[in-house]
Design a protein around this ligand. Sequence first.
Ligand code: F6P
Length: 472
Amino acid sequence: MSNRLPFSLAADGAACRSVGGLASALGGVGELFGLVWIGWSGAAPSHRTDAVDAAERQAVANAAQTLGCDCRSVPMNQGEADGFYRGLANASLWPLLHDDLAHFRYRPDWWDAYAAVNERFAEAVAGAASPGERVWIHDYHLMLLPGLLRRRRPDLRIGFFLHTPFPSADAFRRHPRREELLAGVLGAGLIGFQTRRHLEHFEEAAQRIGGHACGAGGIRHRRGRTRTGVFPIGIDASRFERGLADPATAAYAERLAAARGGRRLVLSVERLDPTKGIPQKLDAIEAFLELHPGQKEEVEFLLIAVPSREDAPAYRRLREEVEGRVGRINGKHGAPDRVPVRLICRGVGFHELCALYRSADACLVTPLADGMNLVAKEYLACQPEGGGGVLVLSEFAGAADELRGALRVNPHDTLAVAGAIAEALTRPEDARRAALAPMREHVRTHHAGGWATRFLAALDAAAACSRPQPRP
Ligand code: F6P
């Protein structure tokens, strides 16, 4: 269960693939485990009628069939989507969980909508799940759901996985409904995090805010014990291998190379989101161009920034800021026959993406905070055996805990990021190869399917331990 299905329906019922880590990682897993995926279709009509609901169900069934997955939608109207998704989830929890207090907002009516939509998800699964079935709940949109479901169906094996970071207890305390949020998540038998740091933060919050005792892989509370664990998410690496082998990828890579005319490529790919640190990255690119003027002829920066949550003012302002900054950098450092920074504000096709990853001499993944960041892993999966580029990686992305061979940076340190770009572009081939090989192997072996298998096995083990034991 997640807020986002693997696709979203537009107002005319057309489906487009969802972007973001959760959708891309779970995409391949559904088929593997025969999952039923329950979530919101993205449709938010002002009024719901039986006819509107029936049309939505049909559009969801069609989209799910095209993607080869089994999906059910939980309907929302516009008011609910405003309060639940745009309000509490995106303007309250998302910034707070990413330690971005400047964007953190709270309104009681958002909370009411959040609670009501979580109830609706609980009803949807409580009525449909077989006895003892596993229910895997994903992400911050559904933090109340484990508790609500536990009350309705104590027989279910309920797991919760947080794809985002979890901040320090001091930051989380800011949320006026912190106790309810914690109690909701603790309704799960197992809670999974991307990194140990996020798990430790959650346990600190459970102790200091909830007054619970933590230790030995779990948290004790009134209902019993919830297990906790670190389960770093992976990608479907074989999908990228197949993509790279496709002639469409090679053809696109050739076109890219011809268009670049021998200039080197530094790539970044992300959703246009304040947590991704795009203005800070532009500061570093500008510093690099100023410190290395000779490189203006040699390097091209390509930023693929996929629009996201476009009706949120902070996101609209961010897009304007990024477009303005890129224009100013190009105005200052460009020439009639080249621009140093190209910005594309739309998603690119899968084969284009594979070709871009494969062609890029360096990839800049510099979020201010990120649960994992799967772009870093996708870039590595697309590097050729025995060669390839350099990953410049923020120390605040969960991926930095695993990908030790990356050039690690603090995205707030402009000159250090500019220096890392210069180092990435001058690293000798044998040093690049030595850093890449173990990371590429890690990404291939620690894939999304393995992540799901590990989580679900731990969920079964947690359920077995909490079952009453027969008396000797
Ligand atoms: O926690 C990560 C995630 O679930 C990603 O899938 C995505 O980047 C984001 O959160 C949600 O984005 P959206 O608001 O578009 O569903």
